[in-house]
Design a protein around this ligand. Sequence first.
Ligand SMILES: [Zn+2]
Length: 134
Amino acid sequence: MAEKTDDTTLRATLSMTTKGGYGVLLTIPTNTTDKEIEGMLTTINSADNLANLASMTAPVRSSGFAKKEAKPKDYTGQICPTCKEGKLYRMTTKTGKQLIKCSESTFINGIAGGCNYIKWVDDKPQQSAEERYY
Ligand SMILES: [Zn+2]
């Protein structure tokens, strides 16, 4: 990106991320020598190292979409019997029902995809046959 400024000097603005993950905007006038640019980059590199030495943390950048599930999955330790690849995990629905799902299942924009394995966890005492067929 180059823009004309008031003093009619052309400047290039570079947006970059340091090794430590810090965002840097570097504005370089076009009459800057390579040596000077190198100096700027060295300064940024030192600042990056010093920030890391001071145990600062760079802001976490989301890669486009934020992960919907913040909580770690409650894995059962079993492998999915349907796809034989996914790991089974427990989850609770909005209505409080417990179920076991496969980690290979997806739910994007309201559409379920991937592995369709679902096992409802019946945490209520078993109904007797009489009640069931009443
Ligand atoms: Zn599966």
